[in-house]
Design a protein around this ligand. Structure first.
Ligand code: ISE
Length: 346
């Protein structure tokens, strides 16, 4: 069976997802597109045979031929579209962050629970990356003992002009916030942001780089360097220091070149290149789940938990103080062990 997908938001990320759904994911067809920028919408639709353009995201959600909704629009619009998709009873994939503030994520959780079945997957694609998965398995094997500290770096070659204020946290470090929760199966109890000397090229509205410290509930400490304008490429690092050894992501390149007395390998250009296979795997799993009538992967709870920690980190970016993370208890509905009712296939 083919899952008929509607995509809301066809900027850089949305276009990337449209191409993967068309060409690299089995069992999906893109049938409808929506975007507030009509010129961009028409331009993208011209390259997607069989896809209609819709007047709005809400029209797309209720269209009869749309069986699954992908939301890749600007973060501020996520809550509205997710709530509409849940109200329409349609499976929905929402890019990160689920919503810019934790309270919006809470409203989404409430709506999903009121509907009685899981319909939402959040786009934390790093959980599908082979290197992070190998790191997760190594930790579970137990030979290294308990994790004590995690060192992470998140370096972008550059960022768009709208990337400002708290975005190093809400748009970038949100991935580390999610991945350390997933790796350690622990929630975050406090956050603090340190402001190193600023890069001379950083715009005045951006603290770049910054250092985020996260305290996990079991005492594990995590440091995350976010450097949005690192210029040399897209570089993601993660090293877990355990009682009896360490495990780190490899550098990901397939070949090493030796030439002219030097050795070199490739640094990815951007996150689309570095995480391409992870995005593909994430979407394949979503489409398979929609076909079976069952939603898995990162949940609204994961979106909420990440947003609460991000809110604390943004508050610390402003105040310089350590900020405690105070969150709801995880509802039983979002416990990984609770079997979810099967949806009708669409
Ligand atoms: C971007 O929005 C992403 O989601 C990337 O995965 C992240 O690495 C980058 O820092 C963000 O700006």
């Amino acid at each position: 069976m083919t899952v008929r997908v509607g995509v809301i938001g066809v900027g850089t990320m949305g276009q990337d997802h449209v191409v993967r759904l068309q060409r690299r994911v089995n069992g999906a067809e893109v049938v409808a597109l929506a975007d507030m920028d009509h010129a961009r919408l028409e331009a993208v639709a011209a390259s997607v045979p069989g896809a209609r353009t819709m007047a709005s995201g809400d029209d797309l959600i209720v269209a009869d031929d749309v069986g699954g909704v992908v939301i890749a629009s600007w973060g501020e619009t996520h809550e509205q579209y997710v709530l509409s998709a849940l109200a329409a009873g349609k499976p929905v994939f929402c890019e990160k962050p689920l919503a810019p503030e934790a309270e919006a994520c809470q409203r989404i959780m409430d709506a999903e629970r009121a509907g009685g079945r899981r319909l939402l997957q959040v786009g934390f694609m790093r959980r599908y990356d082979q290197a992070y998965r190998a790191l997760f398995r190594t930790l579970r094997e137990g030979a290294l003992g308990a994790p004590l500290m995690i060192h992470c770096a998140h370096r972008n070659p550059g960022v768009p002009s709208f990337y400002a204020g708290g975005m190093p946290i809400t748009d970038s470090a949100i991935h580390e916030i999610d991945i350390v929760r997933w790796l350690l199966e622990q929630e975050i109890s406090a956050a603090q942001v340190l402001r190193p000397r600023r890069a001379s090229r950083a715009r005045p509205d951006l603290q770049d780089p910054l250092l985020l410290l996260l305290e996990m509930c079991d005492g594990t400490l995590v440091d995350v360097e976010v450097f949005a304008t690192a210029t040399y490429g897209y570089d993601i690092r993660c090293e877990v220091v355990c009682e009896s050894g360490t495990v780190a992501l490899g550098d990901g390149s397939r070949v090493v070149v030796r030439n002219g007395g030097a050795r070199s390998d490739r640094v990815p250009d951007n996150f689309q290149e570095r995480f391409r296979d992870a995005y593909d795997a994430e979407f394949q799993e979503w489409v398979n789940g929609v076909e079976r009538g069952q939603t898995g992967g990162p949940s609204a709870w994961d979106g909420y938990a990440a947003a609460v920690a991000a809110d604390a980190a943004v508050a610390s970016l402003q105040s310089g103080e350590r900020v405690s993370v105070s969150m709801l208890a995880r509802p039983r509905f979002y416990e990984p062990t609770v079997a979810q009712p099967v949806l009708m296939n669409r």
